[in-house]
Write a protein that binds this ligand. Sequence first.
Ligand code: AQP
Length: 332
Amino acid sequence: MNRIFSGIQPTGNLHLGNYLGAIRNWVKLQKDFDCIFCIVDLHAITVPQDPAALRQATREVTAAYIASGIDTDRCIIFNQSTVAQHAELAWVFGCITPLGWLNRMTQFKEKAGKQRDNAGLGLYGYPVLMAADILLYKGTHVPVGEDQKQHLELARDIAGAFNRQFSVEYFPLPEPQIFGTATRVMSLRDGTKKMSKSDASEFSRINLTDDAAAIADKIRRAKTDPNNLPEDVKGLEGRPEAENLLGIYAALTDKTLEAVVQEFAGAQFSTFKGALADVAAAVLGPIGSEMKRLMADPAHVDAVLRKGADKAGAIAARHLREVYDIVGFLRP
Ligand code: AQP
C-alpha cells in the first residue's frame, strides 16, 4: 500500500491554515493510504523553544489530529523525538547531500534572514531531516503545501543520490500529494502574508481552540478594502484580503471559489463576514471543544503517542538496519 508521511511542528497556536492546508486533507487520505502523522518536535527546536511550552504544544498538535478525525487505530500518530532513527538517518543523508543543494533552499534564507551566521546547523539541515522523516518509512506520497514543495524535491534528490551511490533501488522517490483545493490561508491582518503560528498578532489567525465569540471578533476585525465584494473571480485581482476571506469560506463549505463569489456578488463585507463567522464556528467549534477535552486528559494523549511510537519505531528500526547494511556499517 502507498504510504503517506506528514507532520506539523509543535510550535503553539495551531490555526485555521494548519487545519485547511494540512490536517483536514490528512483525514481524507487515511481511507486510501497507510498514514503516518508525526508531531515534528526535532524540527521545532531548529529555532529556540521553551521546554514546557514545547511539551504542551506537542500534546496540543496530537489533540488536534485526533479531534479533527484522524483514526488512531488506522494511522500512526507519534512525536518524532521518540523514534531515534529519524536523527540517525538524517546523519547518513547529511553525508551525501551537497551543500549546493541546501544553499538553494528558500525557507532557510527566509527564516535565517540577515542573521545567517547566527542560524543553527539544525535550521540549515532542516530539509535533510525532513527527507529522513519521509524516507525512514519509505513514504511514497507527501501531502505538501506550496511552501514545502522545494523541500520535497530535495527529499527526492536525496533518495536518488543514495540509491545511485550504493547502486540500490532502496528508497522510493516520494511524490507530492497535491489537493485540487489545497488552501493557502493568509493572515487576517495582511492578505499577502500566510497565516502563521509565529505571527505576533493574535488577530492575524484563527486558532483551532478559539470559541465562536473569538472567531467572530477576529473575522469582524479582519482587514478588508473599501469596495463591496466583486461580481466575479476576476474582480478579486489586486484584492488579497477579499480573496483570502472568500477562499476560507469556500474551503470551509467545500464549495468552489467561483460559487462563493457568485453567492456574495456585490455584498458588503459586513454581511459576508457574519456568514463567514458562522461557518467557521460551525466547523471549528466541535474540533476546538474536543481538543480542550483531550488536553485535559494528558494521560490519554500520551498513551496515543506511546502506541504510535511503538509502531513507528518498529518500521524505523527495520529500515535503518537495512540502510546501515547498505552503507557498510559492521554489526558485530
Ligand atoms: N497559512 C497556511 N495555509 C495553509 N497551510 C498552512 N500550513 C501552515 N500554515 C498554513 C500547513 O500546515 C502544516 C504544518 O506546518 P508546520 O507546523 O510544519 O510549519 P509552518 O508551515 O511553518 O506553519 P506556520 O503556522 O507558519 O508555523 P511557524 O509560524 O512556526 O513557521 C504544513 O503542511 C503547512 O503547509
